[in-house]
Design a protein around this ligand. Structure first.
Ligand code: DLL
Length: 431
């Protein structure tokens, strides 16, 4: 049997061949088995039987999250239910949930995609992977579970929460890889420190496979310092599979797309036009070999770019840059577009504040007001009111000059912003 990692170093022409064959099959599968695609391909004049090159992908119409929602529950399934082994769903907090189904084959490729993260980190047989992503409808827990098993490692399925117990298990069982959101990893590290431990010495971690939310370079550096391990960023979404669509290697310079399973494009989110490599825009994904819920040109709403050039690690799968956020997270503050990550970038230039923050949106006299609540760094005196006020003013000034918007800044005490065991809630809309 061939080594499942060989494909990661295959010549790119070989990968493109796989993509073309896969795209042909996927487009026909969608057209023949999912009424939504039949109608949308016909309306757009897209003929799935006439595909001859990968450039034809861009001729197909898009599919959006709303289209998937409208098809709830089973409208986007291309196979009979008796072939579907597992179902996951997005949380649906902002509307109807989107549903992802997996055949045996789909579960298999998912395991493979996630396992790559552990392989990239040099983990596998003999390693102990603690999965502290939530198990359930969220794809984090089970995706990491299947991937850990596939990598050859031993898996401890702690799921998210019970943080002190996570810490005891991590120490006592000799965990070498931690899979959870980056914000939960930080909470685990801080809780361990509060328990009187030095996680850099008391834990035996080699790597953390952290994703499901955007996190800054600063937060990564702080995690790596506190836990003495390597943090690899992992990206994915329920609508196209779950975690493992793209993962960083140890170069930590972009996330390698699983190009043998997905074809990626970057478009201008306003016009839908294709953008060249290197330019930032919205990521659009086409699955190459998913059976139950294939997607053709799914608009992820996530903003990234294809990184030009080859990775120093020698793997040939192209990379996307770390995600800046979602198009729908973008704040429009009195007419100016601002991403929370841009606010975070400015915040990071102030060593007096830690990486915990929350952006609150309120209304005052009919106008939107944006307040950044940032926790003061524990090493910094919080009781010197005058100094805190000066800091708030300086941060507000820095936001204004960098982003051309007024953002009120409120420095709050360490650990006063609520911690989450899953995705951190960074934006709170109180309007
Ligand atoms: O968050 C799947 C996942 C689980 C990915 C565990 C990584 C690790 P959803 O709940 O459907 O699925 O949310 C998908 O989360 O469209 C992005 O906006 C965001 N997201 C996921 N990974 C990253 C990342 C999972 N590494 C949505 N960086 C996506 C930034 C991310 N944002």
């Amino acid at each position: 049997m061939s080594n499942p990692q060989d494909i990661l170093r295959a010549p790119h022409e070989r990968i493109e061949q796989i993509q073309l064959e896969g795209f042909k099959k996927t487009a026909v599968n969608c057209y023949e088995n999912i009424p939504f695609y039949k109608k949308s391909f016909d309306d757009a004049g897209f003929n799935p039987y006439a595909i001859t090159s990968l450039a034809d992908v861009a001729k197909a119409p898009f599919v959006t999250k709303q289209d998937l929602r409208d098809a709830y529950p089973y409208g986007m399934f291309a196979v009979p239910l008796d072939q579907v082994r597992e179902i996951h769903m997005s949380s649906g907090t902002t509307g109807v949930a989107t549903v992802g189904g997996y055949t045996k084959h789909d579960l298999d490729i998912w395991a493979d995609c996630f396992a790559r993260g552990l392989w990239y980190a040099g983990c596998g047989k003999g390693d102990v992977v603690q999965v502290a992503y939530g198990y359930g409808l969220f794809t984090g827990g089970l995706g990491a579970h299947y991937g850990s098993m596939r990598s050859g490692a031993t898996v401890i399925p702690t799921s998210a929460g019970s943080t002190e117990r996570q810490i005891r298990i991590m120490r006592e069982m000799g965990t070498t890889a931690l899979c959870c959101t980056p914000s939960y990893a930080m909470h685990i590290a801080d809780t361990a420190i509060d328990m009187g431990l030095d996680p850099a010495k008391d834990f035996t971690l080699k790597c953390g496979i952290h994703g499901a939310e955007a996190f800054s370079d600063n937060l990564r550096a702080e995690l790596e310092r506190k836990l003495d391990y390597k943090v690899l960023d992992i990206y994915g979404l329920t609508e196209t599979m779950g975690p493992g669509v793209a993962i960083e290697c140890l170069e930590q310079n972009g996330l390698h797309l699983a190009e043998d399973h997905f074809y990626a494009e970057i478009i201008d989110p306003k016009t839908g036009e294709l953008l060249p490599d290197g330019e930032w825009g919205e990521l659009v994904l086409t699955s190459i070999d998913r059976e139950a819920c294939p997607v053709v040109r799914y608009r992820t709403r996530d903003i990234t770019r294809i990184m030009p050039g080859a990775c120093a690690c020698g793997r040939t799968h192209r990379r996307i840059d770390r995600l800046h956020g979602r198009t729908d997270d973008m704040l429009i503050i009195r007419g100016v577009n601002v991403f929370p990550s841009q606010i975070e970038d400015v915040m990071e230039t102030f060593p007096e504040v830690a990486s915990w923050y929350r952006i609150e949106l309120t209304r005052r006299n009919g106008l939107d007001v944006v307040t950044l609540k940032a926790e003061v760094n524990p090493d910094y005196a919080f009781d010197e009111i005058a100094a805190i006020e000066r800091l708030q003013k300086r941060m507000k000034g820095a936001m204004k000059s960098a982003l051309s918007v007024n953002i009120d800044v409120k420095i709050v005490e360490p650990k006063s912003i609520e911690r989450s065991t899953g995705k951190a809630k960074r934006i709170v809309d109180l309007r």
